[in-house]
Design a binder for this molecule. Structure first.
Ligand code: MOS
Length: 740
């Protein structure tokens, strides 16, 4: 193919199959704990059974007498470890509570680690360590005695300068139609199928860490900081990640303990965190609350919008997602008021999870939009159309916005026109049928990224960068960009990712990988093409085809051309790349740039609620999404499909239950923590809506990994209302909430 050919009219890339597909289905793909390390010792974590208090005494003597046990680590013999500062931008530490004691800050805190010749011995040793605690009464969540509140904008950089425009209170007060409603979302855990694992191998004062990671450069420098050594003595290897959803983007205390143990014992150490321990030694999505107020004219034009968010976090860390930053942008509301309050409890610090800011905040917004439509007696799609605008309330313009195109395509594919607005009006035998819809929105993040591309004279291409494939298709789209630019077939391209010895790439968070890395690949390939086909006086450009690769190499008298390139998105500073190499990511875009850069979509859901049992089913869901240039329609569809399934999950299934007396998670296993199974997901349709936007970046890519997960919960809730007349304002929607 000719690399100079413009993208097809619909701006859709080819549905290339996954480059890593074969390795995955044959079991060749090595995940973090699959690397074979000789003479490895096994570690098992000991976690606190109390949420607040202090370790009074520790007795390891029994554990240490067990055959095969090498050492038991506690706070008493891990004092050599340094602190890694907590940060909320990816990289950095998951939390500032990093020691094994003696203070206990949350249930399930790591208080010890047994290391033995076998996994079984380590596990048994862990159970034989006797720890006594002085117990204090913990505060679990919203409403628990002892929690403290804080204005998020004073505590966290993320929540500074949240959008405000005009006098929303006055506009709402003066509006003829008002709506006020409160919503809530529960605690949720990522539960990637691949467990959290760490294997550390020291050799000649340097350490290699095998660990599933969403950010190997961040991890590299955090490990170095933790050990108090130079960054160049640490290598992170993470070629495959078995699901992450935000839980593997930061440095967790466990990694420090394993790396430290391997050093002290002068022997490789491997840790596999158990499923239940994973609920407390990593992050989670904290519960949120929302207070929304709308003022509107009778014709549906919104005059004022106020969104107050409340988010739970730990005692010391001001983790916040502050999704009003995005909810305030979706429509032009005339006036906007936003605020976020943090509620500090005796919990571990929450973290990124599946479209962190937008999932809870857009659930609240899009539920309230539906309630407003009901109040106005208006079609919910028309209410969105009425307030659709190429400028947000603060006056900022959109780089591109295909929201109503998505609505129109999804509505027609879904058969929205058949909907009866009156709740309970649609029935099929014993089933109450409901239709609902909601907007999906996700900020387009673009990060600084470097890459090395090597073209050989036989036309084979190798691409190396420290990006990550979490199952998303990163290998494939990165390879595809190189193949398309250089005009070689995909089978000639190999891609290597997930190693901190490769050129630096961003944290795989915020759905930025495709947009960031593909632009870097484009740049490196352009440099290769410039060498292959030097600009001539007549054309003044380097657009000659790369099809004569062999000839060109002969003329140049070389065997390979290798180019290293760095892509810096707008807003990057001269030292941005140097910072990335030191583990500090940089993401621009979203609402932070000159224009609003977002991918958008619309989701339509049919629910059926059984008249008597109140069983809830989702037989149909249709999502239409616009996200600029789609690199690969197959991997894009998979991502959007997965997102919508997680959306149904948060709507109907997921909730981590908390024992409030003990601030402890109850259902910390995959039997009791509900996620959808095949029987829960029926007809699911993804529509890719063509969109062109080269303002966002030269490749015109917006990123869509998390987009499909946004809005689904509201669409389901809105459909449940249409079916039953019951408005559930606290997720998940379980059948007991529909017992009227
Ligand atoms: Mo994703 S929750 O932005 O890692």
């Amino acid at each position: 193919m000719n690399r100079a050919a413009p993208a097809p009219l619909d701006n859709m890339g080819r549905p290339e199959p996954r480059l890593d597909g074969r390795a995955k289905v044959t079991g060749e793909a090595r995940y973090g704990s699959d690397f074979i390390v000789s003479d490895v010792a096994h570690a098992f974590l000991i976690t606190s059974p109390i949420a607040k208090g202090r370790i009074a005494s520790i007795d390891t003597s029994l554990a240490k007498r067990l055959p095969g046990v090498i050492e038991v680590f506690t706070y008493e013999n891990t004092k050599g470890l340094k602190e890694v500062p907590f940060s909320t931008g990816g990289g950095g530490a998951t939390q500032s509570m990093q020691s094994m004691g003696p203070e206990i800050h949350h249930d399930g805190q790591i208080v010890g680690m047994a290391v033995a010749d076998t996994y079984e011995a380590a596990q048994e040793a862990a159970s034989l360590v006797k720890i006594d605690y002085d117990v204090e009464k913990p505060s679990a969540t919203f409403g628990s005695p002892g929690v403290t509140q804080e204005d998020a904008s004073k505590a966290s950089e993320r929540a500074k300068g949240l959008p405000q425009a005009g006098d929303a209170d006055a506009a709402i007060a003066a509006a003829p139609v008002k709506l006020e409603a409160e919503y809530g979302t529960p605690t949720e855990h990522h539960n990637p199928i691949e467990l959290f694992t760490t294997t550390a191998v020291w050799r000649d004062g340097e350490v290699t860490v095998y660990e599933p990671s969403q950010f190997v450069y961040g991890q590299k420098h955090s490990v170095a900081q933790k050990l108090g050594i130079a960054g160049d003595r640490v290598r992170i290897v993470s070629p495959y990640v078995g699901g992450a959803f935000g839980s593997k983007a930061q440095f967790s205390p466990r990694t420090g303990f394993v790396v430290y143990a391997a050093k002290v014992l002068n022997r490789p150490v491997k840790l596999v965190v158990t499923r239940d321990q994973g609920f407390t030694v990593q992050t989670y999505r904290a519960e949120t609350r929302h207070k929304i107020r709308f003022g509107a004219e009778q014709d549906g034009s919104i005059k004022g919008f106020s969104h107050e968010g409340f988010e739970v976090t730990s005692r010391p860390d001001p983790y916040t997602v502050a999704g009003v930053e995005d909810s305030a942008r979706v429509y032009n509301y005339g006036t906007v008021k936003t605020h976020v309050t943090l509620v500090h409890a005796d919990r571990n610090t929450p973290g990124f999870m599946r479209a962190p800011p937008v999932v809870p905040y857009i659930y609240a917004l899009e539920s309230a939009m539906d309630e407003l439509a009901v109040k106005l007696g208006m079609d919910p799609v028309e209410l969105r159309r009425k307030n659709d605008s190429m400028k947000d309330t603060t006056g900022k313009e959109w780089s591109s916005r295909s929201l109503m195109k998505c609505y129109d395509e999804a509505a027609s594919a879904f058969g929205w026109s058949k909907r009866e607005a009156k709740p309970g009006a649609m029935r099929d035998g014993d089933w109450l049928v409901g239709f609902g819809c909601a907007s999906a929105i996700y900020p387009t993040h673009i990060g600084a990224s470097a890459v090395r591309v090597r073209l050989e004279s036989d036309g084979r291409v190798r691409v190396q960068l420290a990006a990550h494939d979490l199952g998303t298709g990163a290998y494939t789209v990165i390879g595809q960009m190189a193949a398309e630019k250089l005009g070689v077939p995909m089978v000639h391209v190999s891609v290597e990712l997930g190693d901190s010895t490769f050129p630096a790439a961003p944290v795989a968070g915020g759905s930025n990988t495709t947009a960031s890395c593909c632009n870097a690949v484009m740049k490196a390939c352009d440099a290769i093409l410039a060498k292959l086909n030097p600009p001539t006086a007549t054309t003044g450009s380097n657009t000659g085809a790369a099809r004569d690769i062999e000839q060109a190499f002969e003329r140049l008298g070389v065997g390979v051309i290798e180019e290293y390139a760095e892509y810096l998105p707008p807003g990057a500073k001269p030292d941005t790349m140097a910072h990335l190499y030191h583990g500090k990511p940089f993401l621009s875009g979203g609402s932070k740039g000159e224009k609003l850069m977002y991918a958008l979509g619309a989701e339509f859901v049919e629910v059926r609620v059984h008249r008597q049992t109140r069983e809830i089913r989702v037989p149909r869901i249709v999502g239409a999404f616009a996200a600029g240039h789609i690199m690969n329609t197959r991997t894009a569809r998979s991502q959007l499909m997965g997102g919508m399934i997680w959306g149904i999950s948060s709507a109907l299934h997921e909730e981590t239950e908390i024992d409030k007396r003990n601030a402890r998670y109850i259902n910390d296993n995959l039997a009791d923590y509900l996620v959808p199974v095949n029987a829960d997901i029926r007809d699911l349709q993804v529509i890719l809506v063509p969109e062109r936007d080269t303002f966002v970046n030269p490749a015109g890519i917006k990123g869509l990994g998390e987009l499909g997960n946004v809005g689904t919960a509201a669409a389901v809730a809105n459909a449940v209302y249409n079916a039953t007349g019951i408005r559930v304002r606290q997720l998940p929607i379980r059948l007991e909430k529909l017992m009227a």
